[in-house]
Ligand binder design. Sequence first.
Ligand SMILES: Cc1cc2nc3c(=O)[nH]c(=O)nc-3n(C[C@H](O)[C@H](O)[C@H](O)COP(=O)(O)OP(=O)(O)OC[C@H]3O[C@@H](n4cnc5c(N)ncnc54)[C@H](O)[C@@H]3O)c2cc1C
Length: 396
Amino acid sequence: MSGQEDADDRRASVVVIGAGQAGLSAGYHLRRRGFTGALDEDASDRTFVVLDAGPAPGGAWQHRWESLRMSTVNGIFDLPDFPKPPIDPEEASRDAVPRYFAAFEERAALPILRPVSVASVSRADADPGGALLVDSSAGRWRARAIVNATGTWNNPVLPRYPGRERFRGRQLHTRDYAGAEEFAGLRVAVVGGGISALQQLEEISRVATTFWYTRREPVFRDGSFRPEVEGREVIARVTADVEAGNPTGSVVSYTGLARLPYVLAAQERGALRRRPMFAAMEPAGLRESDGAFTPVDAILWATGFKADLAHLDPLGLRNDRGGIEMRGTRVAHEPRVHLVGFGPSQSTVGANRAGRAAARELARLLDAGSAPERETGPRPTPPTSSSGPSERRTSP
Ligand SMILES: Cc1cc2nc3c(=O)[nH]c(=O)nc-3n(C[C@H](O)[C@H](O)[C@H](O)COP(=O)(O)OP(=O)(O)OC[C@H]3O[C@@H](n4cnc5c(N)ncnc54)[C@H](O)[C@@H]3O)c2cc1C
């Protein structure tokens, strides 16, 4: 890959990669700090563009399974300065949230190009102030900095177990779960101890015989989880990990599991009898760790997701433990790269805050030496409850 400038290269001060909650928040706050769309006719000397691989607004929400309703999500924080309109709690989150994101994109007039997938980000040269090359399905962008907001959905975790290829039943990951009905009457192993695992276990146990496997004994959290108290403690622990450059664990490894209604329902049905991980997979079922055999028809790997960062590999951000050392949203050793929706900001509220923090720091970085910048751009007006879906699709 050559850093030579090509006549077709496009330029932006900041390229935001991904338009889920984190990327939208970053874009919104860049706008408010006076950045203009890189393709605008009246572009200023501080420009940005958002490249999003998704086919439409909504980030990962457009791909969530149908039965994940607004009443069963953990709670979706409002996008910045843009309250959600009233939403039927029984509406599928994969419909309601993308509609809300689309309205936000429209009001905030964000310069989003989609579908555009970023394949790699590299340095044009060794100069620490030089360009970053963002190579995408729509050509190359030269940027002074990037905000990476690519989430986790495209990087599902699929642990390897002996005999995996020999198992004759169906195997799927949370990502591919479409609903419990397709498992009616079957024997289903659900693997994983996170929120998605428990939600899907509960649903499937209504229509099928289930077996629940986790690597470690799940930790249930009794008592409250107040964002301002327990929430802050969790964020502090994840922050300490990323500042030390440690790879972070799953969300529940920090938060524990709440005894929410679906957990209680699964418990009442007897579906929460946890088994330690099986030793091997055989053509017709699972060889348990004690040598017993359990016949199963399907295995649902509800084993979570990891940050989707492979396109940043050319930057060599990871240390020898596989972690990325961070300071806030900035990569400790590469101030031109911010990761939002990563580590402590892996939630909708965290994504909002991280987008804002990244925009603030990048404005400073790019403006070093001039007067401190202020938030100048307009606030989008909140939608009314009657505002219907208003989808802004931009193509490269
Ligand atoms: C099943 C599940 C349920 C959850 N429920 C909740 C909840 O109820 N409440 C909560 O606060 N959090 C929840 N979370 C966590 C939450 O979804 C995230 O923290 C937040 O919504 C993610 O936003 P994001 O912007 O980081 O990523 P995403 O929403 O995943 O958006 C990433 C975007 O980047 C794009 N992208 C990816 N790779 C590239 C690339 N190479 N080039 C260009 N674009 C790319 C994708 O197409 C996508 O549009 C849940 C997570 C999961 C997995």
